[in-house]
Write a protein that binds this ligand. Structure first.
Ligand code: GLU
Length: 293
């Protein structure tokens, strides 16, 4: 039997907080119990928000917590060629198309539809499904967008993808989804609409990069927050399109603030470095996230 591989995959776009500490420590606990390798991945495809300074602070906080990794971290910004090759593969199979509506265009279109008495479906993250119709454009019109000066996003053609997938497509959930889903869970790709997989200036969105990296690094077990539970439908679809293996997933509880909201990187009071300056020790942090040894 090969050794399982786990990973913690934070984005250095702000300070690590108690929610990250919980996710990282839970990953480590499960990895050690399974005799697994534990990796760190730096998810910094958003190079505007993921700065070297943020990364430095993130690594320092993790070191302070006591983390040692079984290999050097993989930094996504150094692997854009891998994502470009993947998106090219989907483009050659006509499963992605360039779309030109900006976020503001999308909002206006959706508002108009709602004002006219209709409703508009949203994806599990609360974003309206893409209302544009460029998926209908022919080869030459697509080439013109790709070669033009305007921005574009490459979107997955959801209907064409679903027609291609072998179903049922599912994953094994060792944790639980928002409604207690556990064990074998069926994917629901339709709920995501034509999700963005890349942009003109970045060859990958989170969904594309995470799938490629999990495969390249041989990740067998993904332990991450429940807010990413529904994204697993997109990830499983991409894994099947690329012929990649499916990890086992464990979606864990989110640590919430006093008002019941998910912790955000801009909320200072739970930032690990602020707690450290205030005198907390790594053992205190483990107690605060209820993961003391
Ligand atoms: N980079 C993501 C985050 O910081 C986690 C991605 C994952 O674990 O799949 O929320």
């Amino acid at each position: 039997m090969t050794r399982p591989v786990y990973r913690f995959a934070p984005s250095p776009n702000g300070l690590l907080h108690l929610g990250h500490a919980f996710s990282a420590l839970l990953n480590l606990r499960r990895a050690r119990a399974a005799g697994a390798t534990m990796l760190l991945r730096i998810e910094d495809i958003d190079t505007a928000r993921c700065t070297p300074e943020n990364e430095r602070m993130m690594l320092e906080d993790l070191e302070w917590l006591g983390f040692e990794w079984d290999a050097a971290p993989r930094r996504q910004s150094e692997h854009f060629d891998d994502y470009r090759a993947a998106i090219d593969e989907l483009a050659s199979e006509d499963l992605v198309y360039p779309s030109t509506m900006s976020r503001a265009d999308i909002r206006r279109t959706v508002e108009r539809a709602v004002d006219d008495g209709g409703s508009w479906p949203c994806d599990p993250d609360g974003a309206p499904l893409y209302p544009g119709d460029e998926r209908e454009l022919d080869y030459h019109a697509r080439r013109a967008i790709l070669a033009g000066a305007s921005d574009y996003a490459l979107r997955l053609d959801n209907a064409a993808t679903r027609a291609r997938l072998e179903t049922p497509l599912n994953w094994f959930e060792e944790g639980a989804g928002p409604n207690g889903e556990t064990g074998w869970v069926d994917t629901d790709l339709a709920q995501w609409g034509d999700v963005v997989l890349a942009r003109k200036d970045t060859p990958a969105s989170y969904h594309l990069a995470v799938v490629i990296d999990d495969a390249i690094e041989g990740i067998s077990h993904v332990v991450r927050g429940r807010d990413l539970f529904h994204s697993t439908s997109v990830h499983r679809a991409l894994q099947q399109l690329f012929g990649l293996p499916a990890p086992v997933y464990f979606h864990h509880d989110l640590i919430l603030d006093e008002t019941g909201r998910k912790l955000s990187k801009s909320v200072g009071s739970t930032a690990l470095r602020h707690l450290r300056v205030a005198g907390a020790t790594p053992a205190d942090i483990r107690r605060m996230v209820a993961l003391e040894e």
